[in-house]
Design a protein around this ligand. Structure first.
Ligand code: NAD
Length: 339
């Protein structure tokens, strides 16, 4: 039995009450779906800025009385306090998630991501929530060229978004040391999966390309396509969250861990994987080619995580490869295209 299988079995026999912020978003709704499937009770919290009502509908249908949505803003401390009542663990996903938006409006990003996170920490402390697991990001590493990136690598945030995630880590550490709380920050690398929004202005590359290929629209690759990323299927992120929420950690502990698949996929490989998977249903993709543009200033060429620390502390072991994850994600994009 893997650590994750043991965790799921123990949760099923001893169900808990969870608060998941960012509940209507891509990762938050995926976490809640997994929790509800494991017979847990979940309070979702979201202000529906980028989150989707259709995700809430799905979760309500899955969870019945075991799922409730608290429609509110993490910038409101009282709302956070109320939402935390009777909760065993928090999975904090709510954030202003766009790097370009953070460059345009750093103050709002700070309010939501840093002050909002502090509200979640304060509420968790007051309501004596036993564990806080929160979404950090590989963006905290900046343009470090030492690969694979381990958590010991110096941080170098290159945007207000990245800075807000680093601030979360520093605040969480201070709260754990000051008040004996226990928290785990998860530095997600490029996460993908069903329900990731293909329509947003700042859509991530996989949903953007999948929907562009289905629509026969142009796809641009900046550079020669040798740029690599550590794409991580959302199922692996769910595993990391549930392990982090249940791992035996002494009070006052704060850990920061990479969450990724631990591999590298080039943009050219990714293009080919998506194109060939969609080709059977979309014959126009047989001869479909991307348009290569110049590298953009500031683009990070290569990224890959060292996931040994998460393996050691949590027993994390990514169960889903990029290819398997794409199979799941693309099935979802195909069906969305048919609606
Ligand atoms: N998707 C990735 O590849 C990735 C990578 C690194 C880190 N992360 C982090 O993971 C978390 C989840 O990201 P996602 O990809 O699911 O994004 P998402 O946009 O789908 O989800 C974010 C959710 O937060 C909600 N939200 C925003 N501001 C809020 C506020 N003030 N109060 C309450 N709710 C608010 C949104 O409505 C949305 O439902 C974020 O913290 C993000 O920074 C994601």
């Amino acid at each position: 039995m893997t650590a994750y299988e043991r965790t799921l079995a123990s949760l099923r026999t001893h169900p808990k009450t969870w608060l998941v912020t960012g509940a209507a978003g891509f990762i938050g709704s995926s976490l809640i779906e997994a929790l509800l499937a494991a017979n847990q009770t979940v309070v979702g919290f979201d202000n529906l800025t980028t989150g989707k009502r259709e995700n809430v509908k799905l979760l309500t249908a899955l969870g019945g009385s075991r799922f409730t949505l608290w429609e509110g803003d993490i910038r409101n401390l009282d709302a956070c306090r109320e939402a935390c009542r009777g909760v065993d663990a928090i999975l904090h996903e709510a954030a202003q998630v766009s790097v370009p938006a953070s460059m345009e409006d750093p103050v709002t990003t700070h309010d939501i991501n840093t002050t909002g996170f502090m509200n979640v920490l304060l509420a968790a402390r007051e309501q004596k929530v036993r564990r806080v697991v929160y979404a950090s990001s590989c963006a905290v590493y900046g343009d470090s060229t030492r690969l694979p990136l381990s958590e010991d690598e110096p941080t170098n945030p290159l945007s207000p978004y990245a800075m807000s995630k680093l601030a979360n880590e520093v605040y969480a550490g201070a709260f754990c040391r000051s008040y004996g709380m226990t928290a785990v920050g998860l530095r997600y690398f490029n996460v993908f999966g069903p329900r990731q929004d293909p329509k947003g202005v700042y859509a991530a590359v996989i949903p953007l390309w999948a929907s562009a290929m289905i629509a026969n629209s142009e796809i641009q690759i900046f550079g020669d396509g040798s740029t690599t990323r550590d794409f991580c299927y959302v199922g692996n992120v769910i595993q990391a969250n549930l392990l982090a929420a249940t791992a035996e950690l002494a009070p006052g502990t704060h850990e920061v861990l990479n969450v990724a698949a631990g591999g590298r996929t080039s943009l050219n490989q990714l293009f080919e994987l998506i194109r060939s998977a969609l080709q059977a249903d979309h014959p126009h993709l047989k001869s479909f080619k991307p348009v290569h543009r110049d590298f953009r200033a500031g683009d990070i060429r290569h990224s890959q995580a060292d996931i040994a620390k998460a393996a050691r502390i949590l027993g994390y072991s990514p169960a889903c490869t990029v290819e398997q994850g794409l199979h799941e994600a693309l099935a979802w994009y195909r069906n969305v295209g048919k609606r």
